[in-house]
Design a protein around this ligand. Sequence first.
Ligand SMILES: Cc1cc2nc3c(=O)[nH]c(=O)nc-3n(C[C@H](O)[C@H](O)[C@H](O)COP(=O)(O)O)c2cc1C
Length: 207
Amino acid sequence: MKTRTIILAVAAMLLGLASLSGCSGNGTTDAPSFNDVLTSRRSIRSYDATKTISEAEVRTLLTKTQEAPSWANQQPSKYYVAISPEAVAAVQDMVGGNKERIKNAPVLIVSTFEKGKSGFFRGQQTNDLGDYWGAYDNGLSNAYLVLTARAMGFDTLIMGMRDADTIRNYFHIPGEEMITAVIALGYRAEEPKSPVHRELEEIARFF
Ligand SMILES: Cc1cc2nc3c(=O)[nH]c(=O)nc-3n(C[C@H](O)[C@H](O)[C@H](O)COP(=O)(O)O)c2cc1C
């Protein structure tokens, strides 16, 4: 009886340790650490054709992306999600030379921002940047998107090379929205190299 109790206690202890070691601090057991998310997110240019992503997963991703800050909480970013085989095939033809890179990505997301919101107050431009603030907010939102995607186990490619006119027609995107990038979402089929980053001294000055 005593031996059985000791075995049970040791097993419980080991189980507890195992769950702690996988804990990233957010209460879940197998979520990657923030540092892992940052360093493992890379632009992926080859996707696993055998894996799919559900609409529910994309909805979760975009809901989390909404945590991004924006000018006066204007939230100018919008997303058009190609997830049906027909829509994905259509958008593959709208990303120029990127087509081959993203041919097996199951989801392609068009990112836009509404002009005249961020950087404006009662219709008036508030400072020199004007609609650049919308682009700023959209970039922040995209950054949240690609990092959240990585945290969910997905991979991405942001594509600035895209045919904005064809995309606008296909998704009926109004003229008030500026089309920025198309973001491929899927699972990596390659281990990408890390790019070389500039020396900190080149990009930051301390006073
Ligand atoms: C606004 C923007 C546009 C980009 N456009 C493309 C593109 O059209 N095709 C492509 O292969 N990569 C594109 N990239 C990916 C960059 O080349 C990549 O982020 C950069 O080389 C750094 O690599 P990393 O993302 O793996 O850190 C784009 C990235 C950004 C942020």
